[in-house]
Design a protein around this ligand. Sequence first.
Ligand code: 4AD
Ligand code: MG
Length: 434
Amino acid sequence: MECPWVSIEKLPDWEGKEVELRGWLANRRSSGKVVFFVFRDGTGFAQITLSVGAFFDKETLKDLERLPLESALVVRGRVRKEERAPGGYELEGTQVKVVSVADEYPIQKKDHSVEFLMENRHLWLRSRRQNAILRIRNQVVMSIHEFLQGQGFTLIDSPILTPAACEGTTTLFGLDYFDLGKAYLSQSGQLYMEAACMAFGKVYCLAPAFRAEKSKTRRHLTEFWMLEPEMAFYDWQDNMRLQEELVSFIIQEVLRTKARELEILERDITPLKKIEPPFPRITYDEAIRLLQQKGLSVQWGDDFGGDEESIISQEFDRPVFIHHYPARVKAFYMQPDPENPQLVLNDDLIAPEGYGEIIGGSERIHDMHLLEERIAEHHLPREAFAWYLDLRRYGTCPHSGFGLGIERTVAWICGIHHIREAIPFPRQIYRLYP
Ligand code: 4AD
Ligand code: MG
C-alpha cells in the first residue's frame, strides 16, 4: 500500500491518514499493553503508540520496548488528534522497521554538566532544546537574507585568508602562507565590503570571523558568524535606521514562524514583541553620565564591557544605540565627527535583557590623507592596505556599514545564558572538540 513519508512538523496535515515517519527513538515507556515512543525526525518530536492487537503481538512489543534510545527506525501508522500528546497529534503505529540498534546512548540523565554535553556536542544537537535553538538560528539567517535582498542588497562573499588586521592586531590568528609569509584568519569582512559597495552600491557578507580573544565570557567565541552590510552614500544615521529595521524584522519573523521553538525554550516573548523601530539613541557621553549616576567608576574615554552594557540596556525596553564614542577606543577606519574630531560617527547596538552589544557599526573614513594617517598611527602595514587606500583615490564617497553577531543575536532571541549554544560547534579558548 502507498504510504507517504512525511515529517513530524507536517503531521497535522495528515490527520486520519496512514503515513511513514523516519527518525530516531528519543524516549519510551510502557503501560503493559501499550508502548509509547517519543520519536524525533529533526523537524519535531511526536508520540507513537504501539498496542497489542492486530499489528503487534506481545512478544514483538516486548522487544520494541527494550530498544535502546537513539535507535534509527522507520515507523508507519495512522495520524490521530490527541490533545495530551506533545504537538497535539500522535501516530497509532502499525509497523516498526528497525534500521539500526544504537549502543547505549551517553546522554541519559537530566543533570549532565555543560562540560560533558559540550564534549558530546555532536550528540547533544539531537536534544529538543538544541534543536529549537538552531532552528531559530536558521530562521534568523533566512530573515537576514530576505530583508536585505528585498532592499536591493547584493551578497558578496568575503575572503577568510587575509594579509592584515581589520579590528586590531592583538586578536589575530596567524598562519604560514607558502612563500608569501604570514596570513591571518579574517576578523571581519568589512574592508572587502567597502570595496564591494563601491562596485555594487549596497552589499553584505555573512561569514565566519575569527578573534584570538582571551575573553572567557558568555558573549565571546573565537570563531563566530557575522553579518556585515556596507552601503555607499549612507551616513551614520542612515546606517542606524537600517540596523533598527533589520533587527526588528528578524525578531518579528522569528516570532511569526518559530512560536513552537520559543515555547520549548520557555522564552518569555513579551519583551520581544516590543521590538520595533525606532530604537532609543544615546551618545557615549550620556552613557557615561548614566553609568556614573548608577555609581559605576567609569571615566570618559573608557570602553564598555558586558557589565556596563547590561546596566545601560536595563534602562530601555528595546535595543539601544550608543553613538559618538571616543575615537581612541574604536577601530582605525571610523569617520571622525566633524564637530569634535575626538569622537567618531559610530554606533554600538546594545540588546535588552543583559545580552550586550549585538552590532558595531560606523561611517567610514573616506578621505585619503586622514586614512593614511590613521593607518600609520595604528602601526598597520601600509603595503597590505594599498588596495584599501585605492578606494579613497577612485571615486571616494561617504559610506557606512555594520557588523551583527549572529550568535549573540540568537542567544538574545532564545533567551539562553551563553552564546556557545547558539552555534552548532562552538570554538572557544579551551574548546576545539568535537
Ligand atoms: O564590533 P565588531 O568588532 O565590529 C566589526 O568587526 C566591524 N568590522 C563590523 C563592521 O562594521 N562591518 O563586531 C561586530 C559584532 C559585535 O557587535 C558582536 O555582536 C559580534 O560581532 N562579535 C562577537 N561575537 C562572538 N564572539 C566574539 N568574540 C565577537 N566579537 C564580536
Ligand atoms: Mg564592537
